[in-house]
Design a protein around this ligand. Structure first.
Ligand SMILES: Cc1cc2nc3c(=O)[nH]c(=O)nc-3n(C[C@H](O)[C@H](O)[C@H](O)COP(=O)(O)OP(=O)(O)OC[C@H]3O[C@@H](n4cnc5c(N)ncnc54)[C@H](O)[C@@H]3O)c2cc1C
Length: 485
């Protein structure tokens, strides 16, 4: 059932994830200065589900109970539209700057549940697990890629075969896994989903890496080892994003972690691991949430550059107008991808309505390339205003009078103008902003290999044929059949 923010925070306190920060285990992430802001922000999202202004968008009713809209089975276009309205509301609440809002992986889980037969003997585990997540409205994170030790070698050729996560042993009760995954964002989740993302190669002993499961983030032997915090300070004026939205990224270590048999979704099956996301429709559902989130983020950037241009009078210059128009074009492109993804959605063989792959692939391959350019436009328009950024305390000090005079702008008093530019700095320059850029480049996968996959999968033949026809070529000769006995 749709939970409240308090229920999320209480659950974290009752079963804290095994998070390590600067050599110390975090006892209560809801109070720790590094994790407090993000846990409050996730709690606010859950709280919105109970706000009567948003309840009917963020939740759906079934048998008198309300559940998260992101777990609504997608069977019709109306379902998809309801799902994306919920994604958009949460995305806007954080200017599109929270990557692991619970709806992101709910989209995957919903697809797994609807396509559960794909999982063969583990289908019931998948159904029961997603029902459990739905009943308790759990927040999940995931970890997909193995440690970056030597990408030129296979899993088995690493210095230790259990650097990549693998199964060490199994019995009737479950399995024991050992190794690590490179990254989990938002360790302050209730549950960790563990699926492989890159293609697993066949080979003697390779099946130990073919595993998919879900465990609580507080499971013994599981460790989230955090990077340096980007919170930078408590003040929402000084650090409008860092203070609230530093999700944290962690190396995720599995030191002989026991996974009970009912939490296993795939075991020893390379083929299922390699095709799970595409075959179940999870890839399209997940990317549908992403397209909506990135549209919200682009809208936030358009608002930002428009206000910056206006406040310092720079939007009177044609080249600044052109740059703002460039962001408008990107936004309209994202909206176009989103609309077509829903318009051309098709049922998969399990009866799940999947957003159109072409539109989704276009969006998820384009955005990592657009994002650095949008950042560049913010810098080009904001210029020195991006860095002449006294703090809130300076305004209340003896030098405040100078700031009021010299940092006023054409349309705003100094405090508001600095607040606006502080947001621009946090979006694009601060540690938080720099991490966002890296995130946009990689969070959905390696952009190089994503392009290669698109090249291989896209049906280019009709377009080649149009050129052949235009040039008046005869029909392409079919390759001769090879005789076989
Ligand atoms: C801020 C941030 C947050 C993230 N959060 C999460 C998360 O919550 N959960 C999660 O699972 N993952 C997360 N990721 C990881 C993300 O999935 C990976 O970054 C992405 O899949 C690329 O993998 P990699 O980083 O291991 O890069 P690598 O695979 O190590 O690539 C490094 C370089 O080598 C090249 N390369 C490597 N192998 C090949 C190859 N076979 N062919 C051609 N080129 C190759 C790449 O193109 C790249 O230039 C996050 C990443 C970032 C940056």
């Amino acid at each position: 059932m749709a939970r409240t923010g308090k229920q999320y925070l209480d659950a974290l306190r009752a079963s804290p994830p095994n998070i390590w920060y600067k050599g110390e285990k975090i006892e209560d992430p809801t109070l720790h200065p590094v994790f407090k802001g993000i846990t409050q922000s996730v709690a606010r999202l859950y709280e919105m589900q109970h706000d009567l202004r948003y309840r009917d968008i963020l939740t759906y009713e079934d048998n008198g109970q309300r559940y998260a809209m992101s777990l609504l089975p997608a069977r019709t276009k109306e379902d998809l539209a309801k799902r994306s309205a919920a994604y958009k509301l949460w995305a806007d609440a954080n200017l599109g700057m929270m990557g692991r809002s619970p709806d992101y992986l709910n989209a995957v889980l919903m697809a797994f549940e609807q396509s559960a037969d794909f999982f063969g003997e583990y289908a019931e585990n998948v159904r029961r697990y997603v029902q459990h997540v739905r009943e308790h409205d759990l927040c999940t994170t995931h970890c997909l890629t193995n440690p970056q030790v030597n990408r030129a070698k296979s899993n088995l050729e690493q210095p230790d075969p259990f650097i990549p996560l693998g199964v060490v042993s199994q019995n009737g009760a479950g399995i024991v896994v050992r190794g690590a995954r490179m990254l989990s964002t938002l360790p302050t989740a209730d549950e960790l989903l563990v699926f492989p993302s890159t293609l697993l190669k066949e080979g003697p002993g390779a099946d130990k890496y073919a595993v998919a499961f879900a465990i609580p983030t507080s499971t013994p032997g599981l460790h989230f080892i955090s990077r340096e915090s980007l919170v930078a300070g408590d003040s929402a004026y000084d650090h409008p994003l860092g203070s609230r939205l530093d999700e944290m990224d962690c190396l995720t270590v599995f030191d002989d972690v026991f996974v009970p048999k009912e939490r296993i979704f795939i075991l020893g099956d390379l083929q299922r691991c390699n095709t799970a996301y595409a075959e179940t429709g999870a890839l399209m559902q997940m990317a549908h949430q992403v397209v909506v989130l990135k549209t919200a983020k682009t809208e936030a950037f358009l608002g930002l550059v428009s206000l910056i241009g206006e406040t310092i009078g720079a939007d009177t210059f044609p080249h600044v107008q052109e740059k703002i128009a460039e962001v408008i074009v990107y936004l309209e492109a994202m909206k176009g991808f989103w609309a077509r993804a829903e318009l051309d959605a098709r049922l998969n063989k399990y009866g799940l309505l999947c957003p159109d792959r072409g539109a989704i692939d276009g969006a998820r391959n384009l955005y990592p390339r657009l994002y650095p350019r949008i950042n560049e436009i913010v810098h080009q328009i904001g210029a020195s205003g991006m860095i002449t950024l006294p703090s809130e305390a300076d305004f209340d000090s003896p030098v405040g009078q100078y700031l009021e005079k010299f940092l006023q702008s054409a349309t705003l008093p100094a405090r508001e103008r600095v607040q606006l530019f502080r947001l621009a700095w946090d979006m694009t320059i601060s540690g938080f902003g720099a991490r966002q850029t890296l995130y946009e480049r990689f969070f959905f996968g390696d952009p190089v290999r994503m392009y290669q996959t698109l090249f291989a999968a896209y049906d280019k033949e009709p377009y080649k044929q149009r050129i052949r026809d235009f040039l008046g070529w005869k029909q392409q000769a079919q390759p001769e059949a090879v005789a076989s006995d």
